[in-house]
Design a protein around this ligand. Sequence first.
Ligand code: ZN
Length: 841
Amino acid sequence: MTAAAFTPGLSHAQRNISGTPEIQLALRKVNTLGGVLMIAAHPDDENSALLAYYTRGRNVRTGYLSLTRGEGGQNLIGSEQGGLLGVIRTQELLAARRIDGAEQFFTRAIDFGFSKSADETLGKWGREKVLSDIVWVIRRFRPDAIVLRFSGTPRDGHGQHQSSAMLGKEAFAAAADRSRFPEQLRYVEPWQATRLMWNVFSFTRDQEKEAEAMPHRIAVDTGEFNPLLGKSYAEIAGISRSMHRSQGMGASERRGPSVNFLVTIAGQAAEKDTFDGVDLTWNRVKGGEAVGAILAEAERTFDAQHPEKTIPLLLKARPLIAAMEDRLVKRKLEDLDEAIALCAGLWLDARADRYTAVPGSTLKIDLEAINRSHHPLHRPVYRVSGAGHSVSGGAQTEGANVLGYNEAGHAEFTWEVPADAHYSQPFWLQKPHAADTYDVTDQNLIGAADDVPWLTANFTFDFGGASITFRRPVHFRYVDPTEGEMTRAVVIVPPVAVNLAEHVEIFPREAPKRIEIELKANTADTAGDLRLELPQGWRAEPGLQQFRLSQPGDEQTLSFSVTPPKNEAQGKLRAIARVNGKEISSGMTVTAFPHFPPQATFPPAQAKLERANVVIEARKIGYVMGAGDQVPESLRQIGCEVTLLSPRDLAERNLAEFDAIVTGVRAYNVRPDLRANQQRLLDYVDAGGTMIVQYNVLQGFFGRSDSTELNRIGPYPLKVGRARVSVEEAPVALPDPGHPLLAAPNRITPEDFTGWIQERGLYFASEWDPHYQPVLEAHDPDEKPQPGGMLYARYGKGIYIFTAYSWFRQLPAGVPGAYRIFANMLSARGAGAGARSAAVR
Ligand SMILES: [Zn+2]
């Protein structure tokens, strides 16, 4: 019966649990009152096994509050960074929660990259803002227990980890205090959780010993087998955790015992169980005893072959719950109604005829209800409503008067999309943010993981006197030839997307540059004109261009010649299309991966303009793409011809044609062909070539971590370490100011280290052969100098440079100094420079 109940690897259109286990879990959930909220800093910090244990095993409402969306991490599945990476990780967390059953929340805090101290973290976020968000989520969620993943001490490592626990501790008390964040009390009441716990982790034997001695320590075995699910919670966690694909978090499904420890750090101490002293039954609310008795009977008498027989008992409990005032109970009514829908085998679906809609257009919506039980459904009423906007054209339709077994009811609606509807940008990305927190001002959106759907379908049935309304999102359902049936959200899109190839444009000289704008139609017969808005002193030719696109999906690229001012300057370019008298200055990006529904985002059609003097004496660059970065596009901006080197190129091509060969970030970690052709590359250097190696991570280096393999990254022994400089303003010293890399063709000065973002660098070399010369030296506050970030060596007639500074962040961000230093590396010449291509001036 339960063998196929828990099916991993289902497409996002399907449910992970269905049939009897789903109904029985729903019945248990309705009859359990209580909640637990876990707090940490990032996607992947959560203890998925513990979440599965609470929600699937204890049937309590379970949430994970990740302070950030993980924007600052490294992306292992694509080149998306920053906000887009946050979108991917948000969806990965939601995919994980669909498996472990917990709910997902976030604060407005942004993951700005690795931070060594809580002080730096809290300074960047603004302590009060993030604290208020945690308090808000607690007050809305009303958990009995709050579980912290971190300790709030330097033991946690990452400053953002430390901060999540420090703020979590403060929020535990603040949520109950009327004088803290009183503006929230318009919507919520203060809430005192019973206890605050720490889910202890130990890395060393000493830490283990320390943990064993902690008072009020309780154990939770997430290896416990749940026969209804056919899995243990640790097994479920393996599947859930494997959704964190952008972090390479594929995890095993662990079987056998798996003990977790929790210690109480505030509130009533727990001696045996997370919920010691907490009544998880209906007895905890006034008048609840009768409800509990009815629901217990429903669980006891449930008949897997005839789930509809349970409906009368649920209907008996319903008016009792509906009459209660208690806030804890509000959500229970929804849980009860969903349990009724499951027992009635209700299939309720609302599908739009397409997934994109342009403001001012119309969308057709088909509602379908199928009764897959022998419990007749009376007087169905179908409606569609929108969040803050109305649905015109038959907003209410009555179908057949009764739906019998396997009978379907249909209703069709037409939605006139408001002419002023805003595009479906995720709510946290709608406004530009100044610091390291998102600008979200609608209190009711704070804490939410994702947008609410534009439209909601309401299906109302009469259950023998009780009128119950079930809500479902209006979405697009389609069949993918390889993946099968899928769903995706309906999004409001501009009639024409104005996409910029680059969001940073570097002008290394006074010469004009072609800027291309790609227009992509989202609707038929789109015509209009396009112009560029530029700062004073900048010129575009032509001033205005016409376009005409006949079919949705059609593209047209228009190009402008932009002339910068003579002297160094910065500014902003905006591309503006005008269609039917309306201005459009928004692009559209669809991020699609197999593990979550496609996500549309709408970046402003803007680019940063940077007129900075960058001299480069290299033209032809070979690039070995690693895990994914945008360095090649950046190098093209300063006049390089960049060739992405394929495995075949590395094995066979004559590399002497390149002025320099650059390896992308983590190339040695992900390109076996690069490792295999290392000797060819070193021969290229030996013969007079220039090779630049960007950062690689220590884990999985050459597939293993023994030092002989590590030594092979350069022509002489060199060991990659773990040192990083995470403060982007950390001073950079030049141990040898006369070094050729700092002298020409661009003279490098301290000014070139200003305006950097996120970090200086990561995975610096820890040891190196004396043939290497350290060129730059930096370190985080209160740490010793780290000279291993940029090493230069002559080898044969050529030059080899190891550089773990974060060029992959600085170049796409348009940091002028980073361009100048990178140009110097590319221009570096050994003794064999004679035969190289002419300098680009
Ligand atoms: Zn983390």
